[in-house]
Design a protein around this ligand. Structure first.
Ligand code: NAD
Length: 502
C-alpha cells in the first residue's frame, strides 16, 4: 500500500489549517487503486469547543456585516470555485471514484447554489405593511441564527456541503462543516477558496471525525442549527438528538427512487434514463433510480433495451475520459453491495446482468463492481427493501398504473420518483398521487435547481424544511416582526384592552 506517501489532513479553524494531533486517524483511499492517499484525524470532542469559539468570533463580525459586503465575498467565491472547478473535480474523483465528468457536474450544481446565494440582497428582503393602525407600520426581517453546522455524506463531497454553506453564510451565519471521513480533502480546498474570497476568519470551518465529533456538535450549546445529509438511520438519530438539545435540525436521509415506465412511454428514452440514473456514479447518488416499475407490455422490450445499454458501459478509472462508470468508494462498501447481489439471487430474483466478477486490468485492488440488473423483483426481497447504494438496478413488474403507484407509495422512502409516459393525464395523476418530494416526468433524476428547494418525504427527510432555495433561507434565519410608531397624539391615553387597529 502507498501509505508512505499519504498526507495527514488538518482541520480548518479560525481561517487557517489546524494540525492538532488526534488520538485516532482514518485512512482515505484512492478508489480506483485501493492505495491509501491520506490520513484524516478523527477529532475528539474538545475540538468542537475550539471551533465553536472561533466560529462565534467570526459571527460577531459577519452577522452584522452589510449585505453588499457579503455579496462581494460571495461573488469572489463563485469566481474562484469556477476557476478551480477542474482541480476540485480531480480531488473528488481521486477519493470518491466517480468519473471526472460527473465530478465536474457536481461542482457545477454546487456553484448554482452559490449563484443563488449571490442574490442575498433579494433573498433576504423583508416585507412591510404601512399604516397597519393609524401612524403605525409593521415590517418583517430575517436574522441569522449564529453558529450553524453541516454534517455531510461521502457521495457528493462538494455539492452537498454547498447546498448548505453558501446560503448559511449569505444569511450572516458562521458555518462549521463536518465532511465525510471517506473523501474529506476537497472540503479543505473549499475552505482555502473562502479565505481567498475574503471571508473573515472563523466564518467557515472544517472539522473531521466520526460519531464522537458528531455527538459533540449535536450537544454543543453554541451551535444553533444542524443540517445533515446521509443514510436514514443516522438522519433519524441526528434529528432526534439535535432537537432534544434544542437545535433546529434538517436531516435528509436515504432513498429508494422508483421510476414507473408505462407501456405508451418512449422506451428508448426510458432505457437511456434508467441506465444513466441507475449506474451513474456507480449508483452512489441519493437520486439514483434503483427500482424500475415496468407496467404491462413495457416490461419485455424495456428489459431488452436495458441489457443492450448495460453491455456497452465502460467501467474503469474515473480519470479516463472513455470510462462511463468508476469504482465504489471503499472496499468495504463494494463487499456490502456485492452481498446484496448474492442475496437477490438467493431470494429468487432473476439476475440478468452480473457485475460481481469484473476485474479492471491494472486496477486489481480498486473497488470495482460491474453493473447488475435484476428482473422479477418483489417487495419483501432485500434487494427491493434496502437502499443498496451501488450499481444495482431492480425491475419490478406491475399489471397497471394503479398497482405501480401502490408499490411506489408503500415504499418507506420518498426522495425522488419518476414516470415515463407520453400520456399527459397519466403524468399529471402521478405528479399528484406520488408520495415523494421530487418528481420527474420523463426525467429520471429530478434534482431541483438551486432556486427551488431539495428534499424528500417519509423516511428520506426528518424535519420541516428542505435544503437550498427559499426553504434553505428560512432554515438559516429566524423571523422578526417590528411594529413601529412615531409620536402620534391619537394613541395617547392609558388603555388596558388588547391592542387592536384604529
Ligand atoms: P452516512 O449516514 O454513513 O454518513 C453521513 C455522515 O454521518 C458522515 O459525515 C458520517 O461521518 C456521519 N456518521 C456516520 N455514522 C454516524 C453515527 N453513527 N453517528 C453520527 N454520525 C455518523 O452516509 P454516507 O454513507 O456517507 O452517504 C450515503 C448515504 O447518504 C445514502 O444513504 C444516501 O442516500 C444518503 N444521501 C442522501 C441525500 C439526500 O438528499 N437525501 C443526499 C446524498 C446522500
Amino acid at each position: 500500500m502507498a501509505i508512505a506517501t499519504a498526507t495527514t489532513l488538518n482541520h480548518w479553524i479560525g481561517g487557517r489549517p489546524d494540525d492538532t494531533p488526534a488520538d485516532r486517524y482514518a485512512e482515505v483511499t484512492e478508489s480506483a487503486t485501493g492505495d491509501v492517499v491520506a490520513r484524516v484525524p478523527l477529532a475528539d470532542p474538545g475540538v468542537v469547543d475550539r471551533v465553536v469559539e472561533a466560529a462565534a468570533a467570526g459571527f460577531e463580525q459577519w452577522g452584522s456585516s452589510s449585505i453588499s459586503g457579503r455579496t462581494k465575498v460571495l461573488f469572489a467565491f463563485r469566481e474562484l470555485v469556477n476557476a478551480h472547478s477542474d482541480d476540485l473535480a480531480h480531488i473528488i474523483t481521486r477519493e470518491h471514484g466517480k468519473v471526472l465528468d460527473d465530478a465536474r457536474g457536481e461542482v457545477q450544481r454546487g456553484l448554482e447554489v452559490v449563484e443563488f446565494a449571490c442574490g442575498v440582497g433579494e433573498i433576504l428582503k423583508g416585507a412591510i405593511s404601512g399604516q397597519v393602525s393609524r401612524g403605525v407600520d409593521s415590517y418583517s426581517l430575517r436574522r441569522p441564527l449564529g453558529v450553524v453546522a453541516g454534517i455531510t455524506p461521502f457521495n457528493f463531497p462538494i455539492m452537498v456541503p454547498m447546498w448548505m454553506h453558501p446560503i448559511a453564510i449569505a444569511c450572516g451565519n458562521a458555518f462549521i462543516l463536518k465532511p465525510s471521513e471517506q473523501d474529506p480533502s476537497v472540503s479543505l480546498r473549499i475552505a482555502e477558496l473562502w479565505a481567498e474570497a475574503g471571508l473573515p476568519e472563523g466564518v467557515f470551518s472544517v472539522v473531521h471525525g466520526d460519531k464522537q465529533i458528531v455527538d459533540a456538535i449535536l450537544a454543543h450549546p453554541g451551535i444553533a442549527a444542524v443540517s445533515f445529509v446521509g443514510s436514514t438511520p443516522i438522519a433519524r438519530y441526528i434529528y432526534e438528538t439535535g432537537t432534544s438539545h434544542g437545535k433546529r435540525v434538517q436531516a435528509l436521509g436515504g432513498a429508494k427512487n422508483h421510476a414507473v415506465v408505462l407501456p405508451d412511454a418512449d422506451l428508448e428514452l426510458a432505457a437511456d434514463g434508467l441506465v444513466s440514473a441507475g449506474y451513474g456514479s456507480a449508483g452512489q447518488r441519493c437520486m439514483a433510480v434503483s427500482v424500475a416499475v415496468a407496467v404491462g407490455d413495457a416490461a419485455e422490450p424495456l428489459m431488452e433495451k436495458l441489457q443492450e445499454r448495460i453491455a456497452a458501459l465502460e467501467i474503469g478509472d474515473g480519470t479516463d475520459p472513455d470510462v462511463d462508470m468508476g469504482p465504489l468508494v471503499s472496499a468495504r462498501h463494494r463487499e456490502r453491495v456485492a452481498g446484496y447481489v448474492d442475496a437477490g439471487v438467493e431470494e429468487g430474483a432473476d439476475l440478468v446482468a452480473d457485475g460481481r466478477e469484473l476485474v479492471v486490468s491494472g486496477h486489481e485492488r480498486g473497488h470495482f463492481l460491474g453493473p447488475c440488473l435484476f428482473d422479477q423483483v418483489k417487495p419483501g426481497m432485500r434487494v427491493y427493501d434496502d437502499e443498496i447504494f451501488g450499481p444495482v438496478l431492480v425491475v419490478v413488474r406491475a399489471e397497471s398504473y394503479g398497482e405501480a403507484i401502490e408499490i411506489v407509495n408503500d415504499n418507506p422512502y420518498g426522495n425522488g420518483a419518476a414516470i415515463f409516459t407520453n400520456d399527459g393525464g397519466a403524468a399529471r395523476m402521478f405528479e399528484q398521487d406520488v408520495t415523494a418530494g421530487m418528481v420527474g416526468i420523463n426525467v429520471p433524476i429530478p434534482v431541483p435547481m438551486a432556486y427551488h428547494s431539495f428534499g424528500g418525504w417519509k423516511s428520506s427527510l426528518f424535519g420541516d424544511l428542505h435544503v437550498h432555495g427559499p426553504e434553505g433561507v428560512s432554515f438559516y434565519t429566524r423571523g422578526k416582526v417590528v411594529t413601529r410608531r412615531w409620536a402620534d397624539p391619537s394613541h395617547r391615553g392609558v388603555n388596558l384592552g388588547f391592542p387592536t387597529s384604529k
